[in-house]
Design a protein around this ligand. Structure first.
Ligand SMILES: Nc1ncnc2c1ncn2[C@@H]1O[C@H](COP(=O)(O)OP(=O)(O)OP(=O)(O)O)[C@@H](O)[C@H]1O
Ligand SMILES: O=C(O)C1=C[C@@H](O)[C@@H](O)[C@H](O)C1
Ligand SMILES: [Mg+2]
Length: 169
């Protein structure tokens, strides 16, 4: 079973996905990293050189052409479910799990994180919170198609695994 973790930047897909994989023995795959390998450059470099539209095409191609191992946990890019038929594709190929967090919590995590996220365009403080709130409004209709929705507040790998296991029974 391929388990796709989806949700806004900073909701914890990479952090929780790695922990879940080491707990379950599943293979962990970070789709952003696979894209960087395929492109031969980092995501910020790719955005700067080719623009977001080209990035979205590459993201879809990488997602839909990767042969995910039998038992795998995939941290998808924050925007991946919201373009083309990616959400339908993931729902068909595996189990989708949306990790949901309110804008203020996402903003406070993202301000502390060192990784560059080009979609955030250097917004800070209140401006970052309202920017995230606007983007989340656009994206929630896609994220909401996930088979499992988990609140990311205080979420641990153990709790997430219990939720996933209950759903698969
Ligand atoms: N449960 C948590 N509590 C507090 N901070 C957390 C938690 N999980 C992750 N973080 C922090 O939030 C930041 C973003 O987490 P992470 O990189 O896992 O998010 P992501 O969903 O993979 O984001 P992206 O879509 O940009 O790849 C990191 O700095 C991480 O240390
Ligand atoms: O939310 C987004 O649009 C993105 C999230 C990241 O995971 C990367 O995929 C990229 O920076 C775009
Ligand atoms: Mg990540």
């Amino acid at each position: 079973m391929a388990i796709f973790l989806i949700g806004f930047m900073g909701c914890g897909k990479t952090t929780l996905g790695k922990k879940l994989a080491s707990k379950t023995g599943f293979t962990f795959i970070d789709l952003d990293k696979v894209i960087e390998q395929a492109a031969g450059k980092t995501i910020p470099e790719y955005f700067a050189r080719h623009g977001e539209a080209a990035f979205r095409e590459l993201e879809r191609d990488v997602l839909q052409s990767t042969k995910f191992p039998e038992n795998s946990i995939i941290a998808t890019g924050g925007g991946a479910p919201c373009y083309f038929d990616n959400m339908e594709w993931m729902n068909k190929e595996g189990l989708t799990v949306y990790i949901s967090l309110p804008p203020a919590a996402l903003a406070s995590r993202l301000e502390k994180a060192e990784e560059v996220r080009p979609v955030l365009k250097d917004h800070k403080g209140e401006a970052l919170i309202s920017f995230i709130a606007g983007k989340l409004d656009e994206r929630e209709p896609f994220y909401g198609k996930a088979q499992i929705i988990a609140s990311g507040l205080g979420l641990t790998a153990d709790k997430l695994w219990t939720t996933i296991s209950d759903q698969r029974k």
